[in-house]
Design a protein around this ligand. Structure first.
Ligand code: VGL
Ligand code: ZN
Length: 201
């Protein structure tokens, strides 16, 4: 029987993060069957969806002279500039066609404010604007989270660290995640997650 206090959080398994997408993560699509197979073990299944308006401030296209994967300074701190991706309503923002979205109790969208990015499923990149997911999980009595999805070193990492700081018991299934690995970001993320008390499985 499914553990009643344990939720599966599936981060950003969307076309733009899969091969052929605008911000493709190597082998991003290969985790889909394993994620589907895991869903029945959980009381709650939550999907997150990166969901940017056209012209989002995290897009390099909005910063003259900047290229994708370069850094910039935002009022809330340093920010990687990305190719245009996961634009609201686009095919790139849709979930991978093989992901079992029927089993999801909740879909949480993030990154919809033009001036601020949101890697984490819990807080935007200012680390203070909440998405509402914490309240949803707490009101359902959820205490433990297993996280899977894309990308290990950005949205999975930020979500896992925030969740651990909020007091959830967090496990990241690395076999069901894939990373971008920008200038050593994968190793840094793994260390950061361990330091925050996240279990890397
Ligand atoms: C993500 C970069 C930009 C992610 C989202 O899902 O990891 N990465 N937007
Ligand atoms: Zn994004």
């Amino acid at each position: 029987m499914a553990d009643t206090r344990h939720a599966l959080i599936v981060i950003d398994v969307q076309n733009d993060f899969c091969p052929g997408g605008a911000l493709a993560v190597t082998e991003g699509d290969q985790i889909v069957p394993g994620i589907n197979a895991l869903m029945d073990e959980f009381e709650a299944v939550v999907l997150t969806q990166d969901w940017h308006p056209d012209g989002h401030s995290s897009f390099a296209s909005q910063h003259p002279g900047k290229s994708p994967m370069e850094m910039t300074q935002m009022p809330y701190g340093p920010q990687v500039l990305w190719p245009d991706h996961c634009v609201q309503g686009s095919q790139g923002a849709a979930f991978h066609r093989d992901l079992n979205t029927d089993r999801a109790d909740m879909v949480i969208r993030k990154g919809f404010r033009r001036a601020i990015d949101s890697y984490s499923a819990f807080f935007e990149n200012d680390h203070e604007t909440p998405t509402g997911l914490e309240g949803y999980l707490r009101t359902r009595g959820i205490e433990r989270l297993t996280m899977v999805g894309l990308a290990t070193d950005f949205c999975v990492n930020f979500s896992a660290v925030d969740a651990a700081r909020l007091g959830f018991e967090v496990t990241v299934r690395q076999d069901l995640c894939r990373g971008i690995d920008l200038d050593g970001s994968l190793a840094a993320a793994q260390q950061g997650m361990r330091d925050a008390g996240v279990t890397l499985a």
